[in-house]
Design a protein around this ligand. Structure first.
Ligand SMILES: *[C@@H]1O[C@H](CO)[C@@H](O)[C@H](O)[C@H]1NC(C)=O
Ligand SMILES: *[C@@H]1O[C@H](CO)[C@@H](O)[C@H](O)[C@H]1NC(C)=O
Ligand SMILES: *[C@@H]1O[C@H](CO)[C@@H](O)[C@H](O)[C@H]1NC(C)=O
Length: 317
């Protein structure tokens, strides 16, 4: 296509769809000067509605990006309300077994939403997919986290150290961390190994904890995207990150972890309601007590079915 048509095209579309709220054209296509006046289209009402002009690149090691105003205030409030009375003590994955365990390194409380559990959640998930260029099926369901005074998450990696957690979807390649509230003091996201941690100019109002790395201050509606794998798919140790203790106020956030492969249960036969084993060794493993010892792989969790549900007798055929 000749270059001139590329520029003509947006105007043609505008002519056919004068009501911009119904069209799915990104805002930056609509902002062109014609005869001295700026045609300014409203932000698209479609679920994707990604506005690349609001994204800043923060760091290359790790690869991290900030999207200002990714969520509207209403979307933030909606997510908090969905979670409010369902919060439980947050867990971490045990390095060897992959089992969920309680740990002093993580003192927040949280819960998982369902994927596309309502229209607001579905819109947000579609927007995340469009922004990250990563398919929605590779994402886990959104986790909502609540940190009260003093609560934190010590620096950790989002990629896994155990094998069981990689059975479904493989490694986590990217994380989208959405801030649902402002925090008066503390609660910053900090990357202690980031390349730019020393050169970053830090404002006076950040907490001492946040001075130990590249820092992102939580702002209601903003979203942070960072990658846990290098481009060559090896784990990126510069993606180490934590949530500083909340000093004043409270912190609400929503996390979407994105894997290298599909994370949808529906790709597995057990999810289709079938009660069967997915490995011929399941009966042997079950007799050896693996349903208890290795329950995440064998039985699964609320979010992902395990591989030996039949032998572990957690379903009936
Ligand atoms: C898991 O292993 C990693 C890497 O060896 C280590 O940095 C981390 O502290 C361990 N986490 C726990 C909870 O033991
Ligand atoms: C993968 O990429 C990283 C970052 O560029 C590099 O440090 C590492 O050596 C690479 N590993 C392999 C196996 O190519
Ligand atoms: C069954 O499990 C073994 C051991 O983990 C593995 O090597 C094999 O590929 C699995 N088979 C299937 C069909 O998943």
């Amino acid at each position: 296509m000749e270059l001139k048509y590329l520029f003509v095209f947006p105007f043609l579309v505008l002519a056919f769809f004068p009501d911009s709220s119904r069209s799915a054209i990104p805002r930056w296509l609509g902002e062109r000067k014609t005869r001295g006046s700026v045609i300014r289209m409203k932000r698209s009402g479609s679920s994707a509605g990604v506005d690349p002009t609001r994204v800043t690149q923060l760091s290359w090691r790790p690869r991290a990006f900030l999207y200002k105003g990714f969520l509207s205030d209403e979307e933030c409030d909606h997510l908090m309300n969905l979670a409010r009375d369902k919060l439980e003590k947050s867990m971490v994955a045990d390095n060897e077994s992959g089992k969920s365990i309680e740990s002093e390194v993580r003192t927040s409380s949280g819960m998982f939403l369902g994927k596309a559990q309502d229209q607001v959640v579905a819109d947000i998930e579609a927007r995340i997919a469009a922004w990250t260029f990563l398919p929605a099926e590779n994402g886990e369901s959104i986790q909502i986290l609540h940190y009260e005074h003093g609560q934190k998450y010590e620096p950790h990696y989002d990629y896994f150290h155990d094998k069981a957690n990689q059975e479904l979807g493989g490694h986590r390649v990217a994380t989208v961390l959405m801030y649902l509230s402002n925090v008066e003091r503390g609660g910053e996201t900090v990357f202690p190994h980031a390349e730019g941690k020393l050169s970053q100019t830090k404002s006076d109002d950040i907490s001492d904890c946040a001075k130990n790395g590249y820092t992102v201050k939580p702002m209601k509606g903003d979203a942070l995207l960072f990658f846990s794998l290098h481009l060559n798919a090896t784990t990126d140790t510069s993606s180490l990150h934590g949530s500083c203790p909340v000093i004043e106020g409270e912190k609400w956030s929503a996390t979407k972890w994105i894997h290298v492969r599909s994370f949808d249960k529906t790709t597995r036969s057990s999810a289709a309601g079938e009660c069967k084993d997915e490995n011929v060794s399941c009966p042997v493993w079950a007799r050896a007590g693996e349903c208890q010892k290795n329950s995440l792989y064998m039985v699964g969790s609320e979010d992902a079915y395990g591989f030996c549900r039949k032998s572990c007798k957690v379903c009936s055929s």
